[in-house]
Design a protein around this ligand. Structure first.
Ligand SMILES: Cc1ncc(COP(=O)(O)O)c(C=O)c1O
Length: 343
């Protein structure tokens, strides 16, 4: 019963097979290979426009290198106070931007609303004395398991662009969001005003494969050099590109995400029926956050369930974070709910 993270599970056989396939013969190094060219063409087709694509191996690299391209060292990035870039990247966004400031806001379910952009920048009015408002960064699906609708992204983008800023989307769980939304990748990104996307695959079936995507290739600037300088220009890039191609081909990415989301939905539905348990956030993607008595959390841990006690309330209740993946066994959900229900 492992609900610690979607990273806990392995990789899809199709992706492993594609890596094996990429091992045959020879190829040009550092991304000038045929698979990387095919990947770029595939992503242009998927997003219905020319995009600039830069494969990397971690989401932290995609996020912080994109921010470095969009934000000057004296810039401000508006983001959620509990976003991955704010609390889980060891200051990489500040490091790669050369000193940008994160302007933090709190928002229910991790979803920013347009008014919060202005709120976060209230004190950034002092001309040369203040950080320059530069980027708004949102996470799709959010760190709390919720999903932005296209109209919500569009409203944020409108405010962002009106302030002369750019909009970044951390899509570590982009496929999970898309599987819920059932819209096109274009509709939830550039058509809604997103300028750059961290396109994640590792959590949803890849071994290690992410991509930084710029919807206006001109906005990528010197990204190639930034990636090299950041240690993310992988010499055998074809192995990352092979993973991403296999991920996208035949709809594997959305099938994996739909399965993870359905498993999380079953878990959320079952937990909501357990006396004393309430959902802390809507389970719209593949993560479930549930408040429960500390005694129940302990019973579940003792029964072998692995999950994070994410927060503790003043009254002692625990917020459990339970993440499902493309490979979480249904039997684990049934067993977990059985223990929760005292069976
Ligand atoms: C919202 C979010 N963004 C980005 C990442 C990527 O992180 P990593 O650098 O571990 O690949 C994660 C992983 O936990 C995440 O949850």
């Amino acid at each position: 019963m492992n609900f610690i993270s979607d990273n806990a599970y392995g990789a899809s056989p199709e992706i492993l097979a594609a890596m094996t396939g990429a091992a045959a013969g020879t190829a040009i190094s550092y991304g000038d290979d045929e698979l990387t060219a095919r990947l770029t063409a595939k992503l242009c087709e998927l997003f219905e426009r020319e995009v600039a694509v830069f494969p990397v191996v971690t989401g932290t690299a995609a996020n912080s290198l994109i921010l470095s391209a969009l934000c000057p060292p004296y810039g401000a990035v508006v983001c959620h106070a509990k976003s991955h870039i704010a609390v889980d990247e060891c200051g990489a966004p500040e490091f790669f931007t050369g000193g940008a400031k994160l302007a933090l806001v709190n928002a229910p379910d991790g979803k920013l609303v347009p008014g919060q952009i202005d709120e976060a920048l209230t004190h950034f009015w002092g001309g040369v004395h203040a950080m320059k408002p530069s980027v708004v960064s949102i996470t799709q699906a959010t760190e709390m398991g919720a999903v932005y609708r296209p109209e919500e992204v569009a409203a944020l983008a409108e405010r962002t662009h009106a302030r002369g800023m750019t909009l970044h989307m951390d899509g570590a769980r982009f496929a999970n969001a898309l599987a819920t939304l059932k819209c096109t990748p274009a509709q939830i990104t550039w058509k809604a005003g997103v300028d750059a996307l961290s396109f994640g695959a590792t959590k949803n079936g890849a071994v290690m494969a992410e991509a930084a995507i710029f919807f206006d290739p001109a906005k990528a600037g010197d990204f190639g050099r930034r990636r090299k300088r950041g240690g993310h220009l992988v010499s055998k890039m074809r192995f990352i590109s092979a993973q991403l191609l296999a991920y996208l081909e035949n709809g594997l990415w959305l099938a994996n995400a739909a399965r993870a989301n359905a498993t999380a939905a079953r878990l959320a539905e079952g937990l909501a029926k357990v006396p004393g348990v309430t959902l802390a956030h809507p389970a719209e993607a593949n993560a479930v956050f549930a408040w429960m008595p500390a005694s129940l959390a302990k019973t579940l841990h003792d029964a072998g369930a692995r999950f994070y006690d994410w927060e503790t309330a003043p009254d002692g209740r625990v917020m459990a974070r339970l993440v499902c993946s493309f490979a979480t066994p249904e039997t684990d959900v049934a067993k977990f709910l059985g223990v929760a229900a005292g069976r």
